[in-house]
Write a protein that binds this ligand. Sequence first.
Ligand code: ADP
Ligand code: MG
Length: 732
Amino acid sequence: MSSLRFKAVEEAFKKKAAAVEVPSELTSEYFGKYVFTRSIMARFLSEQTIKEIDEAIEKGTKLDRSIADKVAEGMKKWAMELGATHYTHWFQPLTDKTAEKHDSFIDYLDDKPGENIIEKFSGKLLAQQEPDASSFPSGGIRSTFEARGYTAWDPSSPAFIVDDTLCIPTIFISYTGESLDYKAPLLKSLNSVDKAATAVCKLFDPKVKKVFSYLGWEQEYFLVDESLYVTRPDLLLTGRTLLGHESAKNQQLEDHYFGSIPTRVVAYMKDLEFEAYNYGIPLKTRHNEVAPNQFELAPIYGECNLSVDQNLLIMSIMKKVARRHGFRLLLHEKPFAGINGSGKHNNWSLGTDTGVGLLTPGKTPEENLQFITFVVNILMAVYKHNALLKASIMSAQNAHRLGANEAPPAIISVFLGTQVSSVLDKLENSSSDEAIVVDSKKKLSLGIAHIPEVLLDNTDRNRTSPFAFTGNRFEFRAVGSSANCSSAMTALNTAVAAQLIEFKAEVDEKIASGTSKQTAIFEVLKEYIKISKPIRFDGNNYSDEWKEEAKLRGLDCETSVPKILKAYTNEESIKIFTSTNVMSEKELHARNEVKWDMYTKKIQIESRVLGDLTINHIIPIATRYQSILLDNVNKMKTVFSKEEAEKMCQLDLQLIKEIAERVNTIKSDVDNMIEARKKANVIECEEEKANAYHDTVLPFFDKIRYQVDKLEMIIDDEMWPLPKYRELLFIR
Ligand code: ADP
Ligand code: MG
């Protein structure tokens, strides 16, 4: 019988909170212990070397080999002091995970084969590596016969040590220079938004030299007891439950959200935080999320590139630590049907090297005009590229979250809140004479000058919005929990960069033809406010009316993942990616090939697991239970008359019939799904294949699940082979 399930439940119940080793030092004392931070660098590198690194980062120039040698020597010394024996280039291929290939520091003395071995690490090894990375997805840019891909050191993100290995953050590019990863385009987009935003800032403050893009992510996740997890092939192989009837109680009482954290989980969180602090990840908040067994953590925001790396690192640390606590971590966007999925809100803002937050309302009219300028340009960028932004967060997993009657919808819109909205409305409806006289106190009643006071208590929130202004930043909420934030951040920064370039050009043109700077800015902004209006939506994003209205407004409403991805290669997208030098057209096409292939493979795996589960796990149990019922009916007939027996066995007979019907439906659905898969598999074009998987294979998932979940409700609980939702979600 289903002993495996009950054994797992029993084991899970017995588990107690694991002991956590609490560091004896204050957090501030050991924070970043395993990171080659500035202060650690100062111990291992000369002032001059550090200066040269800073300059290279600042200007984006190549580091001199001799400098790289010095950095490598210092890094090696530091790493070996902490017990490192290996090093690796840590990179972000176009899969869901980071990649690493470890090499030991050891080498022959004098580079000659012999008996003498020493630890070596040179600038060359630090700066560049050619991993035999032929099986990472490249979308055909790098055909396997010339499988050359290079990793190249990103000095703007510090190296760190995991276990015995020095990890060096790197980009991953092809022999011909195309990016094969998430980091390279991100760095380019950060550079381009820096340049474009700095130019716009100079309209207001000539002292600004650099603009930073900031990111603060909020990572949602589920924990499931490990014993239960391993008895669910779907969790094990796909990260989500493909079957499972809703638990009688799930999140309807909202008693989990912000509730007291279960003890085993608190121990996990503490352990995780100590680890995170070792790696210089400034985790700040932790709490229960809405769904049972769902939690969230968030750091203090930081520079975008570093923050992305830290998120990738924390995701892998989270997995490791979970196992120490007898849990498995689920980062899947929708591990359970019927309850909330997991996202990763990307809190994003721009700020200057002079310390001004460009999305923070200022104290003076000048500052506020700058604030409004950035808000309006961001609105324009999101409006023009709403399809692209959606594509940047879209995946087979996230599709379950978006547009599935749950936050956020598969339509990108912007929530501004009443305060900022009313400022924009006033600006839009003022005549340009009115609007431009910034220095006349009276005309400032336009609203611009009033922003700081009013916004102080901006508690305006709209939890249904996929892209919301929250006082000093925008929150891109549609990002999925397992995603590499780079994808969203690259698209957003690029779109905003391109928009700011256009804005600056328009303003400059007006100024050149004799318009004053202020008037020029106002005129262009007014125009933008009008044009970008369709992207502003403060209402309920989950409502059906919104879907209708969004269509009328011309926003992208596509829901099929493979089709959404096409937005990467539409004319507008190609234009902004190429004009900002973030990605070439070839790279954009190649990436879509990879994404379609990835989509196909994910659905294919899920479909196979679903077939296996139903045919080999569920149907045999269903028929076994059915035959027990039949036995009972037959035995009754030996004691009572046929009529009497049948009357008494009415329920049994009903169930026997129901099981037969459901089993037959499942069987034929699974057969048809396999048939659809076979047809899709022979399609050569990645795009068409992904479409075929979406249109012809995926629709069977819900149908099959529906029948199986009904069977779960009628079959003897003792026989049911898979841990049930109530067990997965409430044992902790
Ligand atoms: P909430 O749940 O209210 O949205 P959290 O505290 O969970 O807020 O997370 C907010 C995230 O936004 C944190 O990572 C925080 O550091 C970050 N954040 C705050 N201000 C900014 C900003 N100006 N730019 C980018 N991120 C920010
Ligand atoms: Mg938030």
